[in-house]
Every structure is written in structure tokens, then in C-alpha cells.
Write a protein of this length. Structure first.
Length: 564
């Protein structure tokens, strides 16, 4: 049989080049409208549930193109520029933030001082402060919001603006409904709900999300609610990138509460800091039957009166709560139980926490599980899995590093556990040993890492614990493991992995934990952020090139799928 190259050469021209050669030229002759429609539909398809996206993996671009070609109305984003300080609805003050959102939602000019909305719209703030004492949105009884509900595809370019609620328990700042898709860039959300009385407002002091929310380079701080002081996510998708969530208060989920009720709830936290939030359960985050992924992020200084100072992961009633940490740091959090992380599967629920090249240190619990508590009760199951992770220097009367009750710890993958000849792990089934390291007698936490969190030469990445000279974590894990996903050959700061830190070259140059000793390389951070098409941008040729790249992959896979 001919090989692939022979097939390419000898296949009749009528079966290959003419089949699609007209497409490139035709696309390049189109104006911005087709490209904008394609971008719009492609993005909307990407918001579908993960299992549906996987089914469309080979034809997502094709489906978006067909929708774009079949569209009669233009998918052309409007740009609505808000006047400085113009918050509510009033004549003579220019385009206000409330008016801009209402026009964008309606794709119409409901308010004459703002342009009409037009599909995926961009609202540009002038910086400064937009303060509210009157609610302009309502999602359900007792769910008032300062801003109108986000019901469509909207980007808010904050330019450093602060959007503030009255901090009196009467309203949150904003709501994203199940049809909404909000991207918030460069803004601060504060004063939602009530930090003094979290029972005054039920859920989502800062933001409540029932649809799709992306937070870029922003701060969510000083908000309070019973559930989700900063952000409440219910059956929605949240992405937090290069942002800070701090100083929020709740009964559950001081920083973030994520709750999978009738659907999927997912939260992705990238290169961000979750700090100094407080709650009864889950000071930093509380995850109920949802999925949370942390990449290159830090949870520090959060507190819980009961369980889970940093993170509370909860699988209950046949549901599953899953938390994955990669290149991340859990430090200085406190709780009664599970100072850093509390993992709890109960009532036929499943709770799973997995850590890759992360550092859990300096956390405190009043009773058990200073670093981590792993608890499976009442026909529930709880599993904690560690890969090349430091769990050391935490404190509690019982299980200072890990406390388990009817649960399973899977380690034995080049982890560093405990200090001074003691792992600090108590209870449950602990599959440790083999490749794991328990530092010997006299090796204390300050012989392993610097106990002070710092940026360690990289700004503005979240703070990390630097390894110290001669730390047993240096060059202690296989290089190949850190080249592969999810570590991808970088540490939490974005610095290169597999740097020879002990002067002896070997196949194990990767350091245990979130920090790579001796790595001074600081690659330019590349973050993928959701943006919306704007009038006149991108240029047709550039956008068509991107479209062609997507379609080429689709067509090739489709051809291979037919055995061509």
C-alpha cells in the first residue's frame, strides 16, 4: 500500500485541492461581518457542556462556520463607552453603566445616551468609582443587584474602575444569569452584601454566576453573603485569571462558593491569589459536588471557624466534589479542622483532592489536619492524592500535616512529607513510602523552605515559599514527570523546571513542591483570556487566517476519520 506521502502525490487532483482550494480565497474576500459571526458562534459553542464539546471536537469550527454563513443578522459587537462616574439612570450625565448593560442585553437603544447593543458587546468604563445604593437588577426574591442582570454576551473593560455596592446587605453587585456570558477585565467589585452580617444576604455578595463568568486582572474584595461572599457559582462556569479574591466573608465559601445543583459547576483559577477571606466552612473556597482547578495560584491567610480554612471540598448525596491543584501554594490558612484543605465525602458522595507539584505549609488546625484533612463518612468516600508535593511545617494536635478518618491517601510519588523524622500523617489508609521523603532527624521546616511567602523575583505572580540551600526537596523528582502535563516544565512562578540545583546532573532535576530552586528564568506569561469581537477588529485577513487554521484541522481530521 502507498504511504501517506504517496497518497498525497498520486491522489487525483479532483479529490484534494479543488475540494477546498476555493475556500481560502473566498474567506479572504469576505468583510468583517462573516468573521465576527464566526467568532461569535465559535465562542458560544465553546460554552457548551464539556461532554458535548468533546462530541463536536472535530467539527466545532465547522459548526460555527455553518451558523455564521446561515445568519441573516450581523453578529457585530457594539462598543458602549461609559461616562466617568455615571452609575444609574439619569438624563444629562452621558452613557451610564446601568444604561449600557440594559442596551447591551436588549441589542437595542433603550437609553438614548448609550449606543444600541449589538450581540456580543463591549462596555468600556472610564476608571474611577461607580457607586450604588439603588438596585437595578433582580434574579429572584431577595436577590437584588446593583447592576442589571447580565443576560447576554458582554465584556466590561474596567480600566481600573471600582464598582461598589452599599455594604448594607440589600444587594449584591451583579448577577450573571444562565443565558449570560460576562468577561470582567481590570476592575474591582466590592461592597456587595454585608461583611458585618453574612446572613443579611443569601448568596453571592460580589457576583452570582448561573452562566459563564470570566474574571481577568481584577479584584473581588470586601463582599459578604451567606454563601459565596466574593463569588457564588451555581451550575455555571467561572474562570479567574491574574486576579485577587480577598477580604470576603460568608457562612460557606468566603472567597468562592461553587455548587453543582441541577447541572455542572466548574471553577478554574489561574495565576491568582485567594487571600484573607473567612467563613464558617471553606474560608477561601467551598466546593459542593463541583469541579475546581487551581493552576499557579496561592491560597493564603484564609480562615474557617469550622472546616477548611483554605479549601473545603464536599461530595454529598451521590454527587462528586473534585479539586485539582497544580503548581500552587496553600499557606497560612486556619480552621478547627483542615487548616489548609478539608476533603469530605459523605452520604454516598465522593470527594477527591489531587495535588501536583504544590506546597502545603504553615497552615494550622485547632483539632486535626493542620495541612490537610481527609474524611469519608456515612457511606461517603474521600481520596487525597499527592504527586511531587510538599506537605510540611503545618500544625495541629492530631495529624499536623494530614489527618484521615475512613479515607485514603495515595502518595508514593516523590513527595516530601513532614520534618524531623516524622511525617505528621495520622489515620485512614496512607499509601506512602517508596519514593516519598520524610526528612531526617534535625531537619526542620526552615531547612526545607523559606517560611515567609514572597514573590521571589517574579512580579506580579502569586507569592510562593522558596526552597532553601540544601533543601531535601531540590532535584528529588524525575525530570520527565515535570516536563509532562500538568506541570509542563514550569514552576508556580512560570520559571523553568528541571534546573540542576545541587550541582550533580541526573535524570531527577525537578524539585518537589511549587518552587524550582536556582531557576531565575522568568518566561513571559501567556494567558488565554476571553475577548469579544469589536467593530473593525480583527482585520479580515488576520481573522480569516485564524479561521482557516481551525478549518484545516477540522477538515484533515474529518478526512482521516473517513479513512482517506
Amino acid at each position: 500500500m502507498p504511504d501517506v506521502e504517496e497518497t498525497a502525490v498520486y491522489t487525483p487532483v479532483s479529490r484534494t485541492q479543488p475540494a477546498h482550494s476555493w475556500l481560502a480565497g473566498w474567506l479572504l474576500r469576505q468583510d468583517d461581518r462573516l468573521i465576527s459571526r464566526f467568532a461569535y458562534y465559535f465562542k458560544r459553542l465553546q460554552t457548551w457542556p464539556r461532554h458535548l464539546q468533546q462530541k463536536l471536537a472535530y467539527s466545532l469550527a465547522g459548526a460555527a462556520l455553518l451558523l455564521a454563513l446561515s445568519s441573516t443578522p450581523d453578529i457585530q459587537a457594539a462598543t458602549l463607552t461609559v461616562s466617568a462616574g455615571a452609575a444609574g439612570i439619569a438624563s444629562g450625565d452621558g452613557c451610564s453603566l446601568v444604561e449600557a448593560i440594559e442596551n447591551a442585553n436588549a441589542d437595542a437603544q433603550l437609553h438614548t445616551e448609550c449606543p444600541a447593543g449589538d450581540s456580543a458587546d463591549v462596555i468600556i468604563l472610564a476608571g474611577g468609582t461607580y457607586a450604588y445604593t439603588t438596585a437595578h437588577g433582580n434574579y429572584a426574591v431577595n436577590y437584588d443587584a446593583a447592576l442589571p442582570n447580565i443576560t447576554s454576551d458582554i465584556t466590561i473593560q474596567g480600566n481600573g474602575a471600582a464598582v461598589q455596592g452599599p455594604s448594607d446587605g440589600s444587594m449584591r453587585v451583579l448577577t450573571v444569569t444562565s443565558t449570560g456570558n460576562l468577561t470582567l477585565n481590570d476592575a474591582t467589585i466590592s461592597g456587595g452584601g454585608d461583611t458585618g452580617d453574612v446572613n443579611a444576604f443569601l448568596a453571592g455578595g460580589g457576583i452570582a454566576n448561573y452562566g459563564t463568568l470570566t474574571v481577568n486582572r481584577s479584584t473581588i474584595s470586601g463582599n459578604g453573603a451567606m454563601y459565596g461572599g466574593g463569588i457564588y457559582n451555581r451550575d455555571g462556569t467561572v474562570t479567574v485569571q491574574d486576579s485577587v479574591i480577598s477580604g470576603n466573608v460568608a457562612q460557606a465559601g468566603g472567597g468562592i462558593e461553587s455548587y453543582a445543583d441541577a447541572g455542572n459547576a466548574s471553577v478554574s483559577i489561574e495565576i491568582s491569589t485567594i487571600a484573607n477571606n473567612s467563613a464558617v466552612y471553606g474560608g477561601g473556597t467551598h466546593n459542593r459536588n463541583g469541579d475546581i482547578t487551581l493552576n499557579n495560584s496561592t491560597f493564603s491567610g484564609n480562615s474557617a471557624a469550622e472546616w477548611g480554612g483554605g479549601i473545603f471540598n464536599y461530595g454529598v448525596y451521590y454527587g462528586s466534589g473534585t479539586v485539582t491543584l497544580n503548581n500552587s501554594t496553600i499557606s497560612g490558612n486556619t480552621a478547627n479542622r483542615g487548616g489548609g484543605v478539608y476533603n469530605y465525602g459523605t452520604d454516598y458522595g465522593t470527594a477527591e483532592v489531587t495535588l501536583y507539584n504544590s506546597t502545603v505549609s504553615g497552615n494550622t488546625a485547632v483539632f486535626g489536619g493542620g495541612g490537610l484533612e481527609n474524611n469519608g463518612r456515612y457511606d461517603g468516600s474521600a481520596t487525597l492524592t499527592l504527586h511531587r508535593t510538599i506537605v510540611s511545617g503545618n500544625s495541629a494536635p492530631s495529624g499536623p500535616n494530614v489527618y484521615q478518618d475512613s479515607a485514603i491517601l495515595n502518595a508514593n510519588d516523590y513527595n516530601l512529607l513532614g520534618e524531623n523524622s516524622a511525617s505528621g500523617i495520622i489515620g485512614g489508609t496512607a499509601n506512602t513510602g517508596g519514593t516519598d521523603i520524610v526528612p531526617g532527624s534535625g531537619i526542620l521546616i526552615n531547612n526545607i523552605l523559606n517560611t515567609t511567602l514572597a514573590q521571589n523575583g517574579v512580579n506580579p505572580h502569586p507569592y510562593t515559599h522558596a526552597l532553601v540551600t540544601d533543601s531535601p526537596a531540590i532535584d528529588a523528582a524525575p525530570s520527565a514527570a515535570c516536563v509532562a502535563a500538568p506541570v509542563n516544565n514550569i514552576d508556580q512562578r512560570g520559571a523553568a523546571r528541571n534546573v540542576d540545583g545541587n550541582g550533580t546532573a541526573s535524570g531527577s532535576e525537578c524539585d518537589i513542591g511549587a518552587f524550582e530552586y536556582g531557576s531565575t528564568q522568568t518566561p513571559t506569561a501567556v494567558s488565554l483570556q476571553t475577548t469579544h469581537a469589536q467593530t473593525g477588529s480583527p482585520a479580515p485577513a488576520a481573522a480569516a487566517t485564524g479561521l482557516l487554521m481551525l478549518l484545516s484541522g477540522w477538515l484533515l481530521r474529518k478526512k482521516r476519520g473517513r479513512g482517506g
